[in-house]
Design a protein around this ligand. Structure first.
Ligand SMILES: NC(=O)c1ccc[n+]([C@@H]2O[C@H](COP(=O)([O-])OP(=O)(O)OC[C@H]3O[C@@H](n4cnc5c(N)ncnc54)[C@H](OP(=O)(O)O)[C@@H]3O)[C@@H](O)[C@H]2O)c1
Length: 437
């Protein structure tokens, strides 16, 4: 049998401890699958005394993950610290430079430094595997990088943040407000004490930027993503979506268009009957649309110690099975040096259907004025519904418009015009509609 693969794990928190536990519990099975043993020979975390729920005392302890990255006692450096700078970045860089394979679950690091790190890995002839960085346990990187060779991707979109999907699912199922749902999610441990990163779309954007690079062979451009979170979604939107045959999801979407590549993260209406609309709670899903395959949807657990460990261990096992000269191809599907600059499509040229919810004074002429602003901007309407808002001192109405395909620029101009006309009593709500199978 080939020599054992020696693994060093940096970070023994939720994911790192699960990885150590599964490697121990499944050692015999992994040996059968990989044709060699996988042994944890080194570990690093901040506090050596902390009980991790798994005994790692047989592995050499390192206070400094950079030192561990450079030790000759490991073949694979597994980075599970987190963060786009600091010890995560310096240790991954040190490991690659020292000729160690790297496995990481760190989307923030890859979104910021992925291409530079891929260049080092490819120069050194080592693997940089990151299955767990996007959608946790779902094997989307492997699917895109290996199983879809020869396909040209036209669009990739997904539910990439479990916290947001959990909140939207409960808002719809129980009719409760965003704020109440968020508080409950925090109480149950589904949302961080500071939830901004999740609910405003940053986490989804990090993951999307990696998928975009894989899908379109472009450099990662995480700062060029149009981003809107879910904190403005109200019960009125959720009910109106349901009445119209839609469900609201926070999607990350990357799409090839005539003017470049769109990358956008925003609340989206998807048809209630579509497969992605059936993805509830903390579950994640990624849909990939290609010329040869059509639309593929992968769904499953996007976070959690064991689910994420599953992806990390799959990456480690790939390294155990790989032989020099027989690897899995470049980090982002094409050699890092050949990744094209990202050509950004402007959000204002995004084409699609729109849901527009307006709260207006109940006066003669308001409806006609709204219709005129739409017509002036060449927006044709699929439906228009109005109903009274009950219980307000002043008579108000809700007007809900669903457009046929139009552009973001036209919708923004029309809504700005309606706002200037002075008919609105509340902020207008605009939600994009996404085609989904
Ligand atoms: N949790 C998930 O469900 C999930 C899902 C997908 C991807 N990820 C990614 O996986 C990574 C790890 O996440 P996690 O949830 O496991 O984080 P975590 O529970 O906070 O664990 C982080 C670990 O890093 C260690 N650490 C921090 N600074 C260090 C340093 N300077 N040197 C050595 N070790 C250090 C900590 O040590 P101490 O324990 O001693 O403090 C801790 O063990 C992140 O990149 C995250 O984005 C997580």
């Amino acid at each position: 049998m080939a020599e054992a693969l020696r693994v060093g794990i940096a970070g023994l928190g939720t994911v790192g401890a699960s990885v150590a536990r599964v490697l121990r519990d499944k050692a015999a099975e992994l040996t059968r699958q990989c044709g060699r043993d996988i042994v944890v020979t080194a570990v690093s975390a901040r506090n050596q005394k902390r009980d991790r729920g798994v005994d790692v005392s047989s592995a050499k302890w390192f206070d400094d993950p950079v030192k561990m990255a450079q030790t000759a006692d490991i073949d694979v450096f597994v980075e599970l610290i987190g963060g786009d700078e600091g010890p995560a970045r310096s240790s991954v860089k040190a490991a690659l430079e020292a000729g160690r394979h790297v496995v990481t679950a760190n989307k923030a690091l890859l979104a910021k430094h992925g291409v530079a790190l891929a260049e080092i890995a490819e120069k050194r002839g080592v693997l940089l595997n990151y299955e767990a960085a996007v959608a946790g346990g779902i094997p989307v990187i492997k699917t895109m990088r290996e199983a879809m060779a020869g396909n040209s991707v036209t669009r990739v979109f997904g539910i990439l943040n479990g916290t947001c999907n959990y909140i939207l699912t409960r808002m719809e199922a129980e009719g409760i407000s965003f704020d109440a749902c968020l508080k409950d999610a925090q109480r149950l441990g589904y949302a961080e004490a500071d939830p901004t990163f999740d609910i405003e779309g940053h986490d989804t954007a990090h993951k999307l930027s990696i998928l975009t690079s894989l899908a379109f062979g472009t450099k990662i451009a995480a700062n060029d993503i149009y981003m809107e979170g879910i904190s403005n979604i109200t019960q009125a939107d959720i009910r109106a979506a349901g009445d119209l045959g839609y469900r609201i999801k926070l999607l990350g979407v990357a799409q090839r268009t005539d003017s470049g590549i769109e990358q956008r993260v925003h609340p989206t209406m998807v048809p209630t009957a579509s497969v992605i609309a059936q993805v509830h709670g903390v579950t994640n899903a990624v849909a990939i649309e290609t010329d040869i395959l059509g639309e593929l949807l992968l769904s499953g657990p996007g976070a959690g110690g064991n689910a994420t460990a599953s992806a990390v261990i799959g990456d480690i096992a790939d390294i155990a099975k790989s032989r020099p000269g027989f690897q899995h191809g470049p980090v982002f599907g094409r050699p890092a040096k050949e990744l094209k600059p990202y050509k950004k499509a402007q959000m204002r040229s995004h084409a699609g259907g729109y849901f527009i919810r307006l709260t207006v004074h109940d006066r003669i002429g308001v409806f006609a004025a709204i219709a005129k602003r739409m017509a002036d901007n060449d927006i044709s309407l699929e439906s228009i519904v109005q109903h009274a808002v009950n219980g307000e001192a002043e008579a108000q109405k809700t007007v809900i418009l669903v457009t046929h395909e139009t552009t973001e620029a036209a919708v923004r101009k029309a809504v700005d015009g309606i706002t200037k006309d002075g008919h609105l009593t509340d902020k207008p709500q605009v939600i994009r509609i996404e085609r989904a199978g």
